[in-house]
Write a protein that binds this ligand. Structure first.
Ligand SMILES: Cc1ncc(COP(=O)(O)O)c(C=O)c1O
Length: 394
């Protein structure tokens, strides 16, 4: 079945009596009762048996995990988390030990960069950054025998960089390095990194998967069941598990994901082209736009340009900050991937942990504006951006 059909028919196991509710039931219970001490002891053995305690597993959460594994093509299943950062921290903490090396793409989400910096400073993990575009550079960094993980993002936030996923993932596999790809910005509609050779896909389901800016969540989806069984006990200890209601809200969003992604992509592509044609916009970063450094990679691994674009205004930091206060339909707010358009200033928000040189290395200009393009009518969005641009110097 095509992804659009699979998204509508989310995992929804029948009741024991055989009746089948159309909507996934919300099982809002922290614990589950047992008929015998033996049955309870047996249920404690692993991630997939009977439900015991909702930090270890819950029917609503499992329906989400099965749905995400189905959408991403994760033969090893999935683990749902309380947030995207819960998923990223859970996977990194589960798979790394002091002395290990991580090779990571330079332009990563600020939160991921912060965890890796913390692991380097406090836990003796060696983190080496590479461009993401150069397989030979990665191979050289990963030759070190302690190399354990490769960390990438399908579409980097906010520059829109799309790394050479097929090249890097096959090199990682050949070198025996486990690869982790954050697919939050592409969603499984635009790219399925496991099909390109990734071992683990992580998501902030807060973004496109849930899609309505009303819930936090995260997930890790695994190519291989053994890897999920390695990560699961550590995540149970960490406690960053998905809450059943959060899982239910996320499941509520998934059936419209393919429809929403189509609108996000069409609107963002149109706005990127209109912005790029203006003299008061110095640069537009949208990977589907000819001229973007990742244009070739984007066209080969994505089935659409995505809903996130960023642009640099003539006038630098002051102009960028003024612009985000001048828009009316687009709201000034963090996050992305919801149905409504949002604008932010990355240098003072998501990437504020980065100093000047690190910001420059990540490709983030001081006056960069990031826009999560929603599904409103594109001409209304354009009129909003145009009036904000035309108000003149701040
Ligand atoms: C690419 C990416 N990964 C991970 C995260 C973290 O997700 P969460 O806020 O759900 O913890 C974000 C949040 O903005 C993100 O943009």
């Amino acid at each position: 079945m095509e992804l659009t059909t699979r998204a509508v028919h989310v995992a929804n196991p029948p009741f024991p009596d055989g009746s089948r509710p159309l909507s996934v039931p919300l099982v809002q219970s922290s614990a589950f009762a047992f008929e015998s001490a033996d049955a309870l002891a047996e249920a404690m053995a692993g991630p997939d048996g009977r439900y015991v305690y909702s930090r270890r597993g819950n029917p609503t959460v499992r329906a989400l995990e099965q749905t995400l594994a189905g959408l991403e093509g994760g033969a090893g299943g999935a683990i749902a988390f309380a947030s995207g950062m819960g998923a990223i921290s859970g996977v990194l903490l589960a798979l790394l030990k002091p002395g290990d090396r991580v090779v990571a793409q330079r332009c990563l989400y600020g939160g991921t960069y912060a965890v890796l910096s913390d692991l380097a400073a406090r836990y003796g993990i060696d983190v080496v950054y590479v461009s993401g575009d150069d397989v030979a550079e990665f191979e050289e960094a990963a030759q070190h025998p302690a190399t354990r993980l490769l960390v990438l993002e399908t579409v980097a936030n906010p520059t829109g960089q799309v790394p050479d996923l097929p090249g890097l993932l096959s090199a990682a596999r050949w070198l025996g390095v486990t690869s982790v790809v954050d697919n939050s910005l592409a969603s499984p509609v635009l790219c399925r990194p496991l099909e390109l050779g990734a071992d683990i896909v992580v998501h902030s389901t807060t973004k496109y998967l849930s899609g309505h800016s009303d819930v936090l969540g995260g997930a890790a989806v695994f190519a291989d069941d053994e890897l999920r069984r390695t990560v699961w006990p550590r995540t149970v200890e960490l406690g960053a598990c998905a809450d059943p209601f959060a899982a239910w809200l996320t499941l509520r969003g998934i059936p419209t994901l393919p429809l929403r992604m189509r609108e996000h992509c069409a609107n963002a592509e149109a706005l990127a082209a209109r912005l790029a044609a203006r003299d008061d916009v110095e640069a537009v970063h949208y990977p589907w736009l000819p001229g973007h450094p990742s244009y070739k990679n984007a066209r080969s691994v994505l089935s659409g340009g995505g809903g996130l674009l960023s642009f640099e205004l003539a006038g630098g930091r002051a102009a960028g900050r003024a612009f985000i206060e001048r828009v009316g339909i687009a709201r000034l707010a963090l996050s992305l991937g919801g149905v409504e358009s949002l604008v932010t200033h990355p240098a003072s928000t998501s990437h504020r942990e980065l100093d000047g040189p690190a910001l420059a290395a990540a490709g983030i200009a001081p006056g960069l504006v990031r826009m999560s393009v929603g599904i409103e009518a594109v001409d209304d969005l354009w009129a909003d951006l145009r009036q904000a641009l035309e108000q003149g110097a701040p």
